[in-house]
Write a protein that binds this ligand. Structure first.
Ligand SMILES: [Zn+2]
Length: 267
């Protein structure tokens, strides 16, 4: 079976097909696939509900292999010839009423339970590139043998373990927001010998910021087109490895990479 990828400016494939049918009297679902009546959103969901997302995972891998074979990944290389892989979670279902056994839950202020589904969606990003390259996602769902609810950090750790070989072969630096700046995850980056840059906010890492008080840190300054100057202080992990419980930091980055070295800054 051949996979098809659609890129449209409308929010959904079906909306685009209907628009095309209305304006041109024919959609390409008809011309390409012989679909005579475009199904409604509910029908599509009913059909897709039974399909495990894992069936689509090879498509992500195949696209990455094709891009690499064609040399197109080279356009995404930066910071010491590495690929930047940004990890972030997103909710794709949310309800106070509808739920299933795979839902994550949070208790609202009113005491009511809120149900949601979320996923970690790693993407290859590069400054100056308008496009990103999506990688295999990791769903945040209850795991067999675990009593505790699954969470974004745990899902990211699973993803890193599963993709270890691929990440090392591609020479990757992992990026993450403040949520990822915690000792267990940073420990895993180090164990997997992965470079990483994670945001470290003062409000969530008070101890580490106290630890850094009075220390003169190198600053990386970038000028934006608006004239604004942004300064960030990359903190090498060596500072905090003496005390693993303090591996977290301030409104700086915590990183295992030497970002101030000129050869690394050059694309
Ligand atoms: Zn659910």
């Amino acid at each position: 079976m051949r996979e098809r990828v659609f890129f449209t400016q409308t929010p959904s494939f079906l909306a685009y097909q209907r628009l095309m049918e209305g304006s041109k009297g024919k959609s390409n679902a008809q011309s390409l696939f012989g679909v005579h009546r475009i199904p409604c959103d509910h029908q599509i969901r009913d059909l897709l509900d039974a399909v495990s997302p894992e069936h689509l995972f090879p498509v992500f891998e195949e696209i990455l292999q094709v891009l690499e074979a064609q040399g197109q990944l080279e356009d995404f290389r930066c910071l010491g010839d590495s690929l930047l892989v940004a990890l972030d979670g997103t909710e794709y279902f949310s309800s106070d009423k509808i739920h299933c056994p795979h839902c994550s839950t949070r208790t609202q202020k009113s005491g009511k339970t809120h149900y949601f589904h979320s996923v970690v969606t790693p993407v290859i990003v590069c400054p100056g590139q308008n496009h990103v390259i999506p990688l295999v996602p990791e769903f945040i769902v209850p795991q067999d043998g675990h009593d505790k609810q699954d969470c974004e950090n745990a899902a990211a750790k699973r993803w890193l373990s599963r993709q270890e070989q691929c990440l090392r072969a591609l020479n990757v630096k992992v990026l993450g927001d403040d949520l990822y700046c915690h000792q267990p995850l940073c420990q895993q980056f180090l164990e997997q010998q992965l470079n990483f840059i994670v945001v470290c906010r003062p409000e969530s890492h008070t101890t580490l910021y106290e630890h850094l008080e009075g220390i003169e840190l190198p600053t990386l300054t970038t000028k934006k087109w608006t004239g604004l100057v942004k300064s960030r202080k990359p903190i090498p992990t060596a500072i905090s490895t003496e005390s693993p419980s303090k591996i977290a930091m301030r409104p700086c980055w915590l990183t295992g990479a030497n970002l101030l070295s000129p050869p690394l800054m050059a694309r």
